[in-house]
Write a protein that binds this ligand. Structure first.
Ligand code: AP5
Ligand code: ZN
Length: 218
């Protein structure tokens, strides 16, 4: 199964992708995490992405598409994938469809997680992320057991440089201008599953799974 998660910054794509990846045994691929890892490793890719990420802009398509299409050929993707943060515009979606067709695969479902702007802002300004395994925490809704330390791997938690109010506003603008057209793109292809993204993380995960089951029966 090949699933795309769509949603504004802070909608819970990373959180839900991690839960779904465990429950459905699919590889979780986050373009944002791939860029942040490259940045932490000081690679050329990381250097190319840094300036765009800090400004809340999209990294150019040629860099992003190549990175993700290379990643999805890895052996752990054989049973299917959950894409979190990619595609983010029509050109990326077209490139993904084309690459999958060449391997006899296709995107089965695109899940759009809808969250109000006020909630997005409060989620992002309170988010802490693990440097080791990238797991997201929130200082109010999902704090770690020990402050500053990841429950899963013991890694150090930090706040992302792009999680400040000014950059969050830019990221939201970019989402509505460039990524929101994908809702229509996947709807026209009969692949869209739309979901209210407010409630507990587990509730939303259940909502997504039952939404996928209902869609698969149609
Ligand atoms: P990326 O890393 O993809 O960031 P994003 O899309 O802005 O999404 P986020 O990671 O901020 O949010 P999320 O939806 O995953 O929410 P999360 O689960 O963490 O991209 C960053 C940058 O990289 C881009 O700006 C761009 O520069 C570049 N980039 C990446 N992909 C690209 C692409 N394809 N093309 C070009 N450039 C690209 O949750 C947020 C918080 O809320 C957490 O604290 C979490 O604990 C909390 N939370 C989650 N669910 C709930 C809930 N149900 N209730 C309460 N709190 C919750
Ligand atoms: Zn961790």
């Amino acid at each position: 199964m090949y699933i795309v998660l769509l949603g504004a910054p802070g909608a819970g794509k990373g959180t839900q992708a991690a839960l779904l990846s465990e429950k459905l045994k699919l590889a979780h691929i986050s373009s944002g995490d791939l860029f942040r890892q490259a940045l932490a490793n000081g690679t050329e890719l990381g250097k190319q992405a840094k300036m765009y990420m800090e400004k809340g802009q999209l990294v150019p398509n040629e860099v992003t598409i190549k990175m993700v299409l290379d990643r999805i050929t890895a052996p752990d993707c054989k049973n299917g994938i959950i894409l979190d943060g990619f595609p983010r515009n029509l050109e990326q979606a077209g490139a993904l469809d084309k690459a999958l067709i060449e391997t006899g695969e296709k995107i089965d479902h695109a899940v759009y997680i809808k969250v109000s702007e006020a909630e997005l802002l409060s989620r992002l300004t309170g988010r802490w992320v693990c440097r080791g395994c990238q797991a997201p925490y929130h200082e109010i809704s999902s704090p770690p057991k020990k402050a500053g330390v990841c429950d899963k791997c013991g890694g150090q938690l930090y706040q992302r440089a792009d999680d400040n109010t000014q950059t969050i506003k830019k990221r939201l603008q970019v989402f509505f201008a460039e990524t929101a057209p994908l809702i229509d793109y996947y709807s026209k292809a009969g692949k869209l599953v739309e979901m209210q993204g407010e409630g507990s993380m587990e509730e939303i995960s259940q909502r997504i799974i039952s939404g996928l089951k209902t869609k698969a029966k149609k």
